[in-house]
Design a protein around this ligand. Structure first.
Ligand code: FAD
Length: 410
């Protein structure tokens, strides 16, 4: 087992907190987390879903806590707006098992943050500005000065500064469509009865779909959480003030939608979704929704010299995979095992890359395949029934990694 050493973690979100915990358990002596945001990250997120099997692995590895509030999902129902039925929820095309637990991102992050041992120095409000890579260490530069570390872990998300320092200008590619996210208190639902609590709804339309499930609200109640994927009309002003294909990733904060985007959202709600689901979009206040362009990215490797990447810095798969946070936590689990099993940094880093690089690429490929099936080249939903949808889904999910790949046991 590795013992000792100084480790810096850049980014203190899900991957960063988990990586700090992994480095601690893996035997590192001194650990510093640099987080750009000064405020509490927990104020920001919405919902996420974790497959039951992936949850069990991560709980036993000590990276998820059974005590956190969650909502049990058991079934996924597929609905389509279909002139042949006047049902407010639309026509139910199919029902499939959906063994997932849903979480509120904020409390999940807070729980992970709480697990980071007190001996770890957590520097909030401290962006890392540059890195100087050496053969046996890395200097981390912030406005306050520079410090040397034996290992730097890049947990700084899809626009990673650490990755840029190690691999140069390798950037996520815009996938050509958008995800809107929104969440609001469950008691705002006009009629909760037709939509059972354990049902995750996939509401499909030509060129996209809406996913809706309930999540804990962090104080004993629940929120309705939705994600809407659509391809914006080509002439639509995204209001992002830049060309996504040229400049790389960005996202719009809550309340930041332009009038053109808001009109597009209204069109989807009123003309493409069955009324029950369209009403949920209308029930979401501007400050409760935000926009996230879709990207694909896998770094060529997850390690370079004494730099190691975790979470979105290493690979960004489209959220159709249902595994963004899971992948970040799996990266940390693998990091802990690699540190614990190796007696040099070099061996630990090589073992980590051998496990996580192929895994990241596989999830990115799955995200692309699901994006094609669910958004860019949608089938004729109205012509589908239970059997047709099941066949179509098996083809789209390929190796069956929806919800995340199985964690490799050391
Ligand atoms: C505030 C917030 C809310 C989110 N909410 C959701 C959600 O509701 N549902 C969901 O599915 N996913 C959400 N995500 C994304 C989700 O956390 C990731 O997709 C996934 O879990 C991987 O996380 P990550 O830690 O690798 O990346 P991220 O969560 O993107 O975290 C990267 C972190 O690095 C920090 N950082 C970036 N550059 C620097 C730098 N130069 N120096 C220091 N720090 C830096 C950022 O401030 C950020 O905290 C959210 C992310 C954030 C930051």
């Amino acid at each position: 087992m590795m013992r000792g050493g100084r480790v810096a973690v850049v980014g203190g979100s899900v991957a960063g907190c988990a990586a700090a915990l992994a480095a601690h358990r893996g035997g590192a002596d001194e650990i510093t987390v640099y987080e750009r945001a000064a405020g509490d990250l927990a104020e920001r997120g919405v919902g996420l879903a974790v497959h039951d099997a992936r949850y069990a692995e991560l709980e036993s590895a000590g990276f998820l806590d059974a005590g956190m509030a969650w909502v049990r999902m058991t079934r996924r129902r597929w609905y389509v707006r279909d002139g042949a039925t006047a049902a407010p929820l639309g026509r139910e095309i199919a029902e499939m098992p959906f063994p997932f637990r849903t979480y509120n991102w904020g409390p999940l992050w807070q729980e992970l943050r709480g697990r980071v041992p007190g001996s770890v120095v957590f520097r909030a409000g401290t962006p890392v500005e540059a890195l100087r890579l050496g053969a046996d260490g890395v200097r981390v530069e912030t406005a306050a000065g520079a410090e040397r570390f034996d290992l730097v872990i890049g947990a700084d998300g899809y626009r990673s500064t650490v990755r840029a320092a190690a691999f140069g200008d390798v950037r996520p590619a815009y996938a050509g469509y958008l995800a809107w996210r929104g969440a609001f208190p469950e008691d705002r639902l006009a009629d909760p009865a037709p939509w059972p609590r354990e049902v995750c709804a996939y509401v499909v339309f030509p060129g996209g779909h809406l996913i809706v499930y309930r999540i804990p609200d962090g104080s004993g109640g629940r929120r309705v959480n939705w994600v809407l994927y659509t391809t914006p009309p080509p002439d639509l002003d995204l209001g992002l003030g830049l060309d996504l294909r040229l400049t790389g990733p960005t996202s719009l904060p809550p309340g930041g939608l332009t009038e053109a985007l808001t009109a597009h959202l209204r069109h989807v709600a009123d003309d493409l979704l069955p009324p029950y689901w369209g009403a949920l979009l209308h029930a979401t206040a501007p400050a409760e929704r935000f926009l996230q362009p879709m990207y694909d990215f896998a770094a060529p490797h997850c390690t370079a010299g004494r730099v190691l990447l975790v979470g979105d810095a290493a690979a960004v798969a489209r959220p159709h995979t249902g595994a963004g946070a899971v992948k970040a936590l799996q990266d940390a689990t693998a990091l802990e095992s690699c540190l614990a099993a190796a007696d040099t940094w070099e061996k630990a880093l090589a073992a980590y890359d051998g496990d996580r690089a192929p895994s990241g690429r596989a999830m990115v490929d799955l995200g692309r395949a699901l994006g094609d099936a669910l958004v860019l080249a949608t089938p004729d939903w109205r012509a589908m029934d239970q059997a047709a949808l099941e066949t179509w889904w098996r083809r789209a999910d390929g190796a069956g990694a929806f919800g995340g790949r199985r964690l490799r046991t050391p």
